[in-house]
Design a protein around this ligand. Structure first.
Ligand SMILES: Cc1cc2nc3c(=O)[nH]c(=O)nc-3n(C[C@H](O)[C@H](O)[C@H](O)COP(=O)(O)OP(=O)(O)OC[C@H]3O[C@@H](n4cnc5c(N)ncnc54)[C@H](O)[C@@H]3O)c2cc1C
Length: 447
């Protein structure tokens, strides 16, 4: 049987490796348009922060290992431009302009997502960069070094923009951030978003929310200007980090059904509207466990997990994934920012009757030195008492603590059940009543 995979990163290579392990006589072909496979995109801001580190350090497994040790027919520099559902073939062209066509019995689309580049003048100028692929990271590293960049303008204020602000500051590069919407981190509690904003400003990053970018100009010196109606910011480089969009055009053209935000619609077994075609990772949607509805939340774990599930299903098992709850975490300077599930606004949209509490608590027992503030917002449903989501901000004890409510959401726990959970305690790690339990108990009073 021919198992063909389009895309050779998290979802694609997870599927290829697992399929090969499970079914040694399966013919596995991976078609990847770039020359890079199996790398940690998530590590790029941290790698960029360190000029002496090679971007290729982020490669988890090199192409030759897949080819020589795992017997996977991995073809890099192979851009797939069409899928023929009736003929069960995929085709395209390689970097050296050779046309190719591969037959498949089972196909996985694992094409990921692309950065959104606004259709405005100047976004194609040299020095205007996006950060999605390893090649993007490589280009940014070279540019920073070759041009001795002193100042960068970041358009966008999401998690990748913030991680990059920190990375550039670590290299003593000045950073200005600008975005059209006035609200910073709109999904986060206002007070908690202010804590994050203060942290960014304390690190000498200038933030300009609420300014619509009109164009980017370039002077003869090469210096770039980001022009808004009421503001102009100048720098040596511009990073565009305004979001990503699923790479689903090819699937759509082939006649495969799309779902939310133009991601490829899949069932719990990752199958698309075509019997022989699966989709996994950033290009595909998923079921949200809290709402029961489809969601598009592009993150690394779900891409890897979906890749595994596809491999299992191609190899004859029947794996059905329960779904996601949107658990995510990022670091910005000293702060950890995490969330899982829904906030009240999203919960209301999904038909719940949400109630929430926000509390300020401590990361360690009250008499333990070094204790730091943790801000926590928790949302529950008045009608059913269900826990719906949690957000946290703080300098310690946030990143891993978010996994407790994430697991509770998977288990459809009520706030009361969650508040009764037996959580660990020792003074260096938290108060005897863990911040999660304190917040759940406060929320329970309001439900
Ligand atoms: C800077 C950065 C930081 C991140 N940090 C985090 C984090 O901290 N935590 C987290 O959970 N997630 C993070 N992510 C997101 C995470 O990296 C993605 O969710 C994950 O890589 C998705 O894997 P994927 O396989 O679906 O897609 P991708 O990793 O995008 O891989 C898709 C592959 O398909 C190839 N391809 C696309 N179209 C074609 C075609 N037509 N023909 C052939 N090949 C094609 C692409 O070249 C690419 O190699 C981060 C992403 C970035 C960019």
């Amino acid at each position: 049987m021919n198992f063909v995979i389009i895309g050779g990163d998290a979802a694609g290579m997870s599927a290829a490796s697992r399929a090969r392990r499970t079914m040694p006589d399966l013919k596995v072909t991976v078609l990847e348009k770039t020359m890079d496979v199996s790398y940690s995109a998530c590590g790029m801001p941290y790698n960029i922060a360190e000029p002496h580190k090679k971007i290729d350090d982020l490669v988890v497994r090199h192409a030759h290992v897949f080819r020589e040790k795992q017997d996977i027919n991995l073809l890099t520099g192979h851009y797939v431009d069409h899928i023929d559902l009736a003929g069960k073939t995929v085709g395209g062209a390689s970097v050296d302009n050779q046309k190719f066509e591969f037959p498949y019995d089972k196909l996985l689309i694992a094409t990921g997502a692309s950065p959104i580049i606004p259709d405005l003048p100047g976004f194609d100028l040299p020095g205007v960069m996006g950060l999605k692929s390893l090649e993007d990271g490589r280009k940014i590293k070279h540019f920073l070094k070759d041009r001795s960049v002193k100042k960068v303008i970041i358009i966008g204020m999401g998690y990748i923009a913030l991680e990059m602000a920190e990375a550039l500051c670590a290299r003593d590069i000045k950073v200005d951030m600008v975005k059209p919407r006035p609200v910073f981190l709109p999904w986060l509690d206002e007070q908690m978003a202010q804590v994050v904003k203060d942290e960014v400003k304390t690190n000498d990053v200038n933030m300009y929310p609420g300014h619509k970018v009109e164009r980017i100009d370039q002077a003869t010196t090469g210096r770039l200007s980001v022009v808004c109606s009421d503001l102009t910011l100048e720098g040596d480089m511009v990073l565009v980090a305004v979001g990503i969009t699923p790479n689903s055009d090819m699937a759509e053209k082939a006649g495969i059904e799309l779902g939310i935000k133009k991601s490829i619609a899949v069932d719990r077994g990752l199958k698309t509207s075509d019997e022989n075609i699966y989709a996994a990772g950033d290009c595909a949607d998923a079921f949200h466990i809290v709402t029961g509805q489809k969601a598009w939340i592009p993150l690394a774990l779900r891409a890897n997990r979906a890749g595994w599930a596809v491999a299992d299903n191609v190899c004859g098992k029947d794996v059905q994934l329960p779904g996601i709850v949107g658990t995510s975490v990022f670091k910005v300077f000293e702060l950890e920012v995490a969330r899982t599930g829904l906030n009240a606004q999203a919960a209301e949209k999904a038909g719940f009757d949400p109630v929430e509490v926000t509390i300020k608590t401590r990361s360690r027992a009250h008499a333990h030195s070094g204790s730091l503030t943790i801000w926590l917002r928790m949302t529950g449903d008045r009608k059913t008492g269900r826990l719906l989501g949690t957000e946290m901000v703080g300098k310690e004890g946030v990143a891993h603590r978010i996994n407790a409510p994430a697991v509770a959401l998977h288990g459809h726990m009520t706030v009361e059940m969650f508040g009764q959970s037996d959580m660990a305690y020792a003074p260096p790690f938290g108060p005897v009543w863990d911040p999660m339990l304190t917040t759940a108990n406060q929320l329970l009073k309001k439900i």
